[in-house]
Design a protein around this ligand. Structure first.
Ligand SMILES: Nc1nc2c(ncn2[C@@H]2O[C@H](COP(=O)(O)OP(=O)(O)OP(=O)(O)O)[C@@H](O)[C@H]2O)c(=O)[nH]1
Ligand SMILES: [Mg+2]
Length: 391
């Protein structure tokens, strides 16, 4: 199956282009209006996006039918009509199917819009702008509506007061990101065990290096590393390099028994970071293996690292899989790679776990911060025109 997207100024143009390139067997999988171009969301123009697919198997069947159509011309007329008919019908069917997909998609779009209009009907116009700002940030509709309603309820009588509105919006957003829990070492505490888990490539090892460097240099804490990542060539080397630079000891362990020993060896350290191999959470065998290690580790905190580049549904399923082994906190990485932060709100609204850190780049140790709800709210609000004063 070949799938391709077509974007044009109007639906007909996109449709014709798709038909021209993909052939008449192509079917429309989805159609939607999108905004393109512009500056900070202003002056963006409306385009139509068609996702079109063509199934090679159908094409082959169709070609076979066409060949049979040619062949049937040599057989007696009555039989030929019967043979040709299925081909003609299926062409018409394909045409009809396309039309039906088109109509169906348009109806779904209209239904969605009506539903949205119905939902935000009770909200005053300035607050609807806040709602749109949240949607621009990819906040889920349901959560955006909940926030908008919250703002609406808190607004005093003079709803047109934009200064007041911006304060209430910011305050509401801050409320959603209020559970912040960075790593805290109690006075005199030793051998705090922090395990960092997550899918591949989200930034687990880099984040551990940032945390370790800051704890070592800024708080004069005695840190140790243990890595369970023996799967990827150079994985342990990566943490060893950081360990050398920061000057902290490191052990590479291959079995739960090794892990027990390594933890015992570092019992005089203030904090032990355990780095794990990035694994697909859907691989049961790997998850069981991780579970065996974690049973031995008896971590004080297990932190799940999620990249903001992963979609909300994917992040939620990743969380649910990792939560089988127990997740205490979250770290969101790669905030520098997006300017839509709704993802974070969607996830924390759903799973209600504290956020320990945001990471904002590849630089060790600088690109990490304890989430600041005020700053976060401002970043979300900058993505939209909620605070534009009426002229
Ligand atoms: N832009 C950006 N890149 C980051 C950030 N954190 C980590 N990275 C980069 O992401 C890549 C993967 O980082 P790692 O720390 O190796 O990720 P990991 O989760 O340990 O990967 P595996 O151990 O392979 O699962 C590296 O190129 C990092 O420099 C961040 O906050 N922003
Ligand atoms: Mg790693």
């Amino acid at each position: 199956m070949k799938i391709k997207k077509y974007v044009a100024d109007d639906f007909q143009v996109a449709f014709k282009q798709a038909k021209h390139e993909m052939g008449r067997d192509a079917i429309i999988l989805s159609s939607r209006q999108i905004k393109k171009g512009g500056l900070f969301g202003f002056f963006a123009s409306t385009k139509y996006e068609l996702t079109v697919a063509v199934d090679d198997n159908i094409k082959i069947e169709r070609d076979k039918l066409r060949t049979s159509e040619v062949r049937t011309r040599t057989v007696p007329a009555a039989a030929a009509v019967q043979e040709i008919k299925p081909n003609r019908v299926s062409e018409q069917e394909s045409q009809l199917l396309n039309e039906m997909y088109m109509i169906n998609n348009m109806l779904t779009d209209i239904k969605d819009k009506m539903y949205e209009v119905e939902l935000i009907k009770g909200i005053s116009e300035p607050v609807q702008k806040f709602y749109k700002t949240l949607i621009n940030n990819n906040v889920d509709k349901e959560i955006a509506l909940r926030m908008a309603n919250q703002v609406e309820r808190q607004l005093p009588a003079g709803k047109g007061n934009y200064d007041c509105l911006s304060d209430v919006c910011r305050h509401t957003l801050q409320g959603f990101l209020s559970d912040i829990a960075p790593i805290k070492l109690d006075k005199g505490e030793t051998a705090r065990i922090v395990v960092v888990v997550g899918p591949t490539g989200v930034g687990k090892t880099t984040t551990i290096a940032k945390l370790a460097a800051n704890l070592t240099f800024l708080e004069s804490r005695r840190v140790a590393f243990i890595t369970l990542d023996t799967y990827r060539v150079s994985a342990a080397e990566q943490l060893k390099t950081f360990a050398d630079i920061i000057d902290v000891p490191i052990k590479v362990v291959f079995s739960p028994a090794d892990l027990k020993e390594a933890i015992a060896d570092y019992s005089d350290r203030d904090i032990i970071f355990i780095d794990t191999a990035g694994r697909s959470p859907y691989n049961q065998e790997h998850m069981e293996e991780l579970h065996d290690f974690l049973e031995v580790a008896q971590a004080d905190e297990t932190i799940l690292v999620l990249s903001v580049n992963t979609t909300t549904p994917d992040s939620l399923s990743i969380y649910h899989e990792f939560n089988r082994i127990g997740v205490d906190k979250l770290i969101f990485t790669k905030l520098d790679e997006t300017n839509r932060y709704g993802q974070i709100l969607n996830i924390i609204s759903e799973i209600k776990k504290p956020v320990a850190y945001f990471t904002t780049g590849q630089n060790v140790p600088d690109d990490i911060e304890v989430p600041d709800p005020f700053k976060f709210a401002r970043m979300v609000m900058e993505k939209g025109d909620a605070y534009e004063r009426p002229s």
